[in-house]
Design a protein around this ligand. Sequence first.
Ligand code: TYD
Ligand code: MG
Length: 468
Amino acid sequence: MARRALTFACQNCGAVTRRWQGKCESCGEWNTIAEEAPASASLPPSARPGRKGRPFPLQPLAGEANEAPRLPSGLAELDRVTGGGFVRGSVLLVGGDPGIGKSTLLIQAAAALASAGRRSVYISGEEAVAQVRLRAERLGLSRAPVELASETSVEDIVATLSEGGTPHLVVIDSIQTMWTDAVESAPGTVTQVRGAAQALIRFAKRSGAAIILVGHVTKDGQIAGPRVVEHMVDAVLSFEGDGAHQFRILRAVKNRFGPTDEIGVFEMTGLGLREVANPSEIFLSERDLGAPGTAVFAGIEGTRPLLVEMQALVAPSSLGTPRRAVVGWDPSRLSMVLAVLEAHCGVRLGGHDVYLNVAGGLRIQEPAADLAAAAALVSSLSGAPLPPDAVYFGEVSLSGAIRPVAQAQARLKEAAKLGFSQAITPEASRPDASGESGLRIRSPVTLASLVAEIAERGIRRKGLNTVT
Ligand code: TYD
Ligand code: MG
């Protein structure tokens, strides 16, 4: 007799195997493999084999392309990340650590839309209606006409939303708590999460409502369980921040209708999330002026210039293999900058531990930060503080040359606005930048000349110290 074929799926990454295993071979997690219903059982009844297909009209490629109509949320930082507001009929996934403020952000967005006369519905699968009300009260939003429910059955939710006028915005908090009748697996499994997301996405496309799904994140920052969901939705936003700082950064990881390099900056206050319109001021607010090992980097996040402080500590090591630790920047870029310093600038770091930190909990991805990182490292090693009124940006090549980077003008303007008076940046950044920003621009040709200059400051400083 033929046995029913069992399948097993990893609850973390969704990989399917034929037998149970203690460790998932695809993502390396332990104890995440669970039995799942066979594939045919997870299809909706209408898609079972044997059903005759229904013909549907095909459309020409040419035709009126409805310009995606947007619903601005009223929170400028959120709209910046989505690319101008929520798109009708689209589904957006917001991921983030527990307690980072996802529910707070979304109740604020739902309330803002509702207050602007749009129908917005907030469905919580995690909290009771009273708890959501309590939070709204704390945020001073209880007057906003948001429609609330505490529900987890997707069929019930879709049936409820299909009645009356189509809502403009539906928030589902969270997708991991939803379950659908169409799938036999237990709630919370990958199959259930995928099935529930599918049903909600179908509803969004059919009705034109914009749906936001909240997704929990595992230790290593993946959206828990439904990596598959990331591929199904139109946009994925990640809400980041760490416990030590009140800043929260909203970043687009995927966006079918907008940019993926914009960030939105918020501050968690006693009255909910406050938008931070000028993040540079905040990221530079706790600068330790006059201490060696810090350099201000004039960066660009998306279309917006952002000044942050890069902090380095280079200290003699007692270990055979010295430590290299970096927070907020790419470790392989740090290795590269260290290698260039060793090979072309005569800086010996083999016996030193090296730590690099981007202040304020921000994560930088630009190669333009090379120059600021190098300056901070050399400043720490030589004990010479960098001029407090200088910003740094430029890419360091493996040959030790300093390469120009894009959008120099915007970086310089932001630096001038915040009271900086000089910029250290490659020659080619000058022509388009000079004059207007009012900054004094210095352009070392190679990293070696910058290193020499910083080291000389260190020697002069030490000399002064011994004289007095
Ligand atoms: P929450 O939105 O519930 O997080 P998530 O939905 O991502 O799990 O936010 C919870 C945290 O935010 C909690 O630690 C308290 C803090 N918080 C504030 O500091 N101020 C506020 O006004 C609110 C509502 C929450
Ligand atoms: Mg929550």
